[in-house]
Design a protein around this ligand. Structure first.
Ligand code: GSH
Length: 205
């Protein structure tokens, strides 16, 4: 692969998905750090040169820029065991990655960001009002995952895939967003299986 640069904030689970995918595959990345709390992804230069959407992660491949964590993971993992060859299983990996972006991340990751990084006392009234709904929706996503993992070791097939990486990123730190992992014993066991994968790297928190 040509030179790869990960534009990231190391506290972000979305960025960690890409770093973890690269680590599991032994792909070297150059890291460029930004502090999202200081608005460093909202500067005119970042918007013009890196991502007009004002967000990290962005995977830079030579002179091309690829935002969206799951798209970047897909770019790195095509042709590896993290993306199964089987046509149905490939679509099933995407199904869990879309689930992650629609049902899981907007609830589990957002509550972590609000409670751990902003702080409950600094949230706006509108954010405070959304906490119960986000907690209920996040718990619903974790419950669905727990049910699946009570019957299967992995989300798709017989080994770790991008579905597991996408869902691992914010699930393993969900307690920082006031979710209780003890409520989800099969998720807990799966987190341990993920952490035991050869090449696994921990997230900076
Ligand atoms: N769907 C995007 C979400 C990207 C995202 O929300 N990034 C956050 C950090 S995790 C960010 O850059 N926030 C800074 C901002 O919005 O100014 C992905 O999966 O990459």
């Amino acid at each position: 692969m040509s030179d790869l640069i990960l534009h990231q904030d190391p506290r972000s689970g979305n960025c960690y998905k890409i770093a973890l995918t690269a680590a599991l595959l032994g792909i070297p990345l150059t890291i460029r750090d930004y502090d999202i709390m200081k608005g460093e992804t909202r500067t005119p230069d970042f918007l013009a040169d890196v991502n007009g959407n004002g967000r990290i992660p962005v995977l830079q491949i030579g002179d091309k820029f690829l935002p969206e964590s799951n798209a970047a993971c897909w770019y790195l993992a095509q042709g590896s065991p993290l993306v199964p060859d089987d046509r149905f299983q490939q679509a099933d990996v995407l199904r869990w990655m879309f689930f992650e972006q629609y049902n899981h991340e907007p609830n589990v990751a957002t509550l972590r960001f609000w409670l751990r990084f902003i702080g409950q006392d600094k949230l706006s009234d509108a954010q405070q009002a959304q906490i119960p709904a986000k907690r209920a929706a996040g718990d619903a996503a974790l419950k669905l995952m727990d049910g699946h993992l009570a019957r299967n070791d992995w989300f798709v097939g017989e080994g770790a895939t991008l579905a597991d990486i996408a869902l691992f990123a914010y699930t393993h730190v969900c307690e920082q967003g006031s979710f209780a992992l003890d409520d989800y014993p099969a998720v807990r066991r799966w987190l341990a299986r993920m952490a035991a994968q050869p090449g696994f790297v921990a997230m900076e928190q």
